[in-house]
Design a protein around this ligand. Structure first.
Ligand SMILES: [Zn+2]
Length: 504
């Protein structure tokens, strides 16, 4: 299977070749595919934009890890340090302002909302990422980044303001804006971003902001240039470098981050770490709309995910709804389409329930098999094999999940028209798809049997040990382990490329 993804950096769909397999990559050896996704600022309840961001990062991770079978490290962050509301390094500071309205410190505010975000994502079936650092725990790394840039003469100081990056010293500043980025920058010069008379260039940005004025902020730190707090873009560069290295495979975030946050992240990282490009693939998901217009608090055109849940929808209805829109298309929320999503998910679950009842199947959990290439070899039934292949082809085409969902419905709907289908194989394929990617409750109403078919990890471990024993020709131990598995209620069958565990 070959995955193509749309790379914002080149504005093209490209074949995904991870750094570890890329002949042009000259850096230190990579053992994993590395993914970084910009995380939420934790100062208020999750909104649809946050939820879509985490859903998309999770989708990218699951496809690479569970479908393609790559070993990977995924990372996202919690922005728990306050930044200024305006993109021009001005405006009010979000975190401190929100803390005052809730009568708590900025620290307590961040702690509270981080937990709320974590719980929300758990209910959305978004597993934790491998690395989830907080910005406030990486202030030293951000100070070090500023120091490196200072030593290379990329910075200047504005008294009573901060340390700034001089973007005129970077030849390809703004390259994430597309092949015509120079033109785009001219428009910016012509007034798209607010000019501040004290900045040398309109595109220069703060790396470190000084504490100015009376009183003490809740969140401020000592630095060689004075007490203050990091600029808005520093944390992602500093933390991704610490955990993923100077160069990594995929950086993901929302479309709105392209012109400033990600553009500046590239500028400071490539100058500090001397790597070009720092990130091989930039992936961005499109905005969330409501009734065709950008969801926005100030316009009153907004619905919170909590309102959706209060109206009786489930977390998994929201999750399913996301699958029905391509990540690069606007996700347009309307109450009607929310209802369609619920109905459609419900339909799928009912169909599965009916099929399961009529065919009295025993499910085989093969979710521990790590890639679809291996699964495909197990499927001998043409109908199931073709359906699976079509679904995978959709997914490999820049993660076309709406197409995958359409094929899933279609395959179940046209089952009656096919003379004979190996139902066991159909359930194997769908069960794995559900467990490793969809997680929309497809098997929820299948009843007690479904509960039992989850193969516990200790049984899988015994099976692995038995394979090892067999390979080492220790047949006595292998037989002993087989009996142990049988005693625990599972049958282990050897197959061409491994084994199968069946609940007896
Ligand atoms: Zn970021």
């Amino acid at each position: 299977m070959q995955l193509t993804i749309y790379n914002t950096l080149t504005r093209k769909k490209e074949l995904f070749v991870p750094l570890m397999e890329d002949p042009n990559y000259k850096g230190p050896k990579k053992d994993f595919v590395w993914l970084y996704s910009c995380g939420p600022t934790v100062y208020s309840l999750p909104h649809f934009g946050n939820v879509r961001a985490s859903f998309t990062a999770d989708l990218i991770r699951n496809v690479l890890k569970n479908i393609m079978g790559y070993k990977m490290i995924s990372m996202t962050n919690f922005t728990d340090v306050g930044h200024l509301a305006g993109d021009g390094d001005t405006g009010e500071e979000k975190m401190e302002k929100a803390a005052k309205t809730e009568w708590v410190t900025a620290w307590d505010l961040a702690k509270k909302y981080e937990q709320i975000f974590r719980d929300f994502f758990k209910w959305m079936q978004i597993d934790d990422f491998d690395i989830m650092p907080r910005a406030t725990e990486h202030i030293q790394e951000q100070i070090d980044l500023v120091k490196t840039l200072e030593a290379k003469w990329y910075t200047y100081i504005i008294p009573d303001d901060g340390v700034y990056m001089d973007t005129s010293k970077i030849d390809d500043y703004g390259k994430l804006l597309g092949p015509n980025y120079k033109k785009h920058l001219e428009w910016i010069q012509a007034g798209e971003r607010v000019q501040l008379w004290w900045k040398k260039n309109i595109t220069d940005f703060a790396l470190w902001k000084f504490h100015v004025g009376e009183g003490k902020r809740d969140m401020e730190w000592e630095s060689p240039r004075g007490v203050g707090f990091p600029g808005r873009h520093a944390e992602c560069s500093a933390m991704s470098c610490k955990y993923l290295g100077n160069q990594f495979d995929i950086h993901h975030g929302g479309y709105d981050l392209i012109p400033i946050h990600h553009t500046n992240e590239i500028a400071q990282s490539e100058c500090a770490f001397d790597v070009h490009p720092r990130v091989k693939y930039w992936m961005h998901h499109q905005f969330v709309n409501m009734n065709g217009k950008k969801m926005s608090k100030s316009d009153g055109n907004i619905v919170s995910p909590y309102e959706v849940l209060e109206k009786g929808y489930a977390y998994l209805d929201i999750r399913y709804f996301f699958f029905t829109t391509h990540y690069r298309s606007f996700f347009d929320f309307t109450w009607d389409s929310m209802e369609v999503a619920r109905h459609s998910r419900d339909n799928l679950i009912k169909k599965m329930q009916k099929l399961f009842d009529t065919h009295n199947q025993i499910l085989v959990d093969i979710s521990h098999i790590t890639s679809y290439e291996i699964l495909k070899e197990k499927i001998t039934d043409k109908y199931v094999g073709d359906a699976l292949e079509d679904m995978m082809a959709a997914l490999m085409d820049d993660l076309n999940t709406p197409q995958l969902i359409a094929i899933l419905h279609q395959s179940l709907n046209s089952l009656d028209k096919v003379e004979e289908v190996d139902m066991k194989e159909l359930f194997i394929a769908l069960y794995r798809l559900e467990k490793n990617l969809l997680k929309v409750g497809l098997f929820d109403r299948i009843g007690q049997e479904a509960e039992k078919i989850e193969i516990p990890s200790d049984i899988i471990q015994l099976a692995e040990q038995r394979i090892q024993a067999k390979n080492a020709k220790d047949y006595q131990l292998a037989d002993q382990l087989r009996d142990q598995i049988q005693d625990a209620g599972y049958k282990m069958q050897d197959t061409k490329d491994g084994y199968e565990l069946i609940k007896i």
